[in-house]
Design a protein around this ligand. Structure first.
Ligand SMILES: *Cc1c(COP(=O)(O)O)cnc(C)c1O
Length: 401
């Protein structure tokens, strides 16, 4: 059967996280007490007033197709939110609502990139960027960074990665997996480079409300509004409102690009789920204290995790500035052996060891383009975080040369 598959899917690499995930599930099914610090979503439930809006929509029979690009009220609410949070003015025609930010990103890549194009991706990056670019036919070009510089790449490295084929760049800050936020200076320099080279910028702002400094969101357009013609912003309700399962996200940008995304969406999924759009509308227009509360909890857990991890010899990380992830360098333990003689040689082997020995699930950094690190999520209760880190610490002491 395999030879019948299309080349594009044959070339699609299997997710490096799948092996660990499958193992964690198998251990859990056996009744083993696994602490899961690998989650890519908030542990909170969707706020009640948002659920109520969806229930009302169902009861009122709001169950038919909507316009492909989303219900007008939601596109207007997205525009209003953007002006309030970013001080940027847009028209509802410049917004397309999709089945999650992920579909907005996928459709954007389909609308903008093709064979022969190169797209810059800043490492460590969200796992789905390279495959999304590859599925468009374009080639992802990875620009690395280091923990010493809080995972902010050097502008000179980004400039050096540009070729005549470079069509665009994907930027994500606050970042999954690093939990870091690019500095204003970096964003300004990046904007200068993108302007000079005429690059299209996809700004993935999905964690914009989960920053721990209490400041307003900042992205490439807030520091360089003159770049408006070449920037598309992507956002959604998944992370901000604990609504991952509802599948509502959007893209905002130049009208011709947004119209192209709508054309693609119109021939694939059509509109995002009608009742989920009503829920997202309530999320944007309703009370916002739920966001502040969740952000406060993530900040407390970030500090808790950071302080505990700092006590473990050899582990290094910049303090998380937002999101619900810490990206921790475990490479000081590479080259050591487990009690049964297996060598720890990369992020996958340390991840597997921690799962087997400490019964803690994490995500190997190789999935995000940095093999020295593990991503540890703090979208878990305080006690789970404390217990998980204590178990990791204990397991690391059992490694030897
Ligand atoms: C979770 C996530 C997304 C996708 O969010 P959905 O709206 O649920 O599709 C996009 N980008 C990053 C960086 C994410 O972490």
């Amino acid at each position: 059967m395999k030879e019948k598959l299309a080349t594009r899917v044959k070339q699609l690499k299997p997710s490096a996280t799948l092996a660990v995930n499958a193992k964690a599930k198998a251990l859990k099914a056996k009744g083993i007490d696994i602490i899961n610090l690998s989650a890519g979503e908030p542990d909170f439930d969707t706020p009640e007033h948002i659920k109520a809006a969806a229930i009302k929509a169902i009861e009122e029979g709001f169950t038919r197709y909507t316009p492909v690009a989303g219900i007008p009220e939601l596109r207007e609410a997205v525009v209003a939110r953007l002006e309030k949070d970013y001080g940027l003015k847009y028209e509802p025609e410049q917004v397309v609502v999709s089945c999650g930010a992920k579909q907005a990103l996928f459709n954007l890549a389909q609308a903008l990139f093709e064979e022969g194009d190169e797209v810059l991706i800043l490492a460590p990056y969200w796992v789905s960027y390279p495959p999304i670019v590859e599925l468009s036919g374009a080639k992802p070009v990875i620009v690395p960074s280091t923990k010493e510089k809080n995972f902010e790449p050097d502008i000179s490295d980004i400039a050096a990665a540009c070729t005549p084929k470079t069509k665009g760049i994907i930027v994500n800050s606050p970042s999954n997996p690093t939990g870091q936020i690019y500095s204003t200076g970096f964003l300004k320099d990046l904007a200068g480079l993108c302007k000079e080279k005429g690059l299209i910028v996809i700004s993935d702002d999905i964690y914009d409300k989960l920053r721990f400094d209490g400041k307003a969101p900042e992205n490439i357009l807030t520091v360089a509004p003159d770049l408006k013609d070449q920037v598309i912003m992507v956002n959604g309700v998944s992370k901000t409102y604990a609504m991952t399962g509802w599948r509502i996200g959007w893209a905002i940008g130049p009208e011709e690009i947004i119209a192209a995304v709508s054309r693609i969406q119109g021939q694939s999924t059509s509109n995002a789920t009608s009742v989920a759009q009503k829920a997202a509308l309530e999320a944007l227009l309703g009370p916002q204290d739920c966001v502040a509360e969740m952000c406060k909890a993530f900040k407390r857990r970030a500090n808790l995790l950071y302080e505990e991890v700092k006590k473990i010899p050899g582990l290094e990380l910049p303090k998380p500035m937002g999101t619900f992830y810490a990206f921790i360098d475990f490479s000081a333990y590479y080259g050591r052996k487990t009690p049964d003689g297996t060598e720890i040689k990369d992020s996958l082997s340390i991840c597997e060891y921690l799962l087997e020995e400490a019964k803690v699930a994490t995500v190997p950094g190789v999935a995000f383009g940095d093999d020295r690190c593990l991503r540890i999520s703090f979208a878990s209760a305080d006690e789970e975080i404390l217990k998980g880190v204590a178990r990791i610490s204990e397991a690391l002491t059992k490694l030897s040369y």
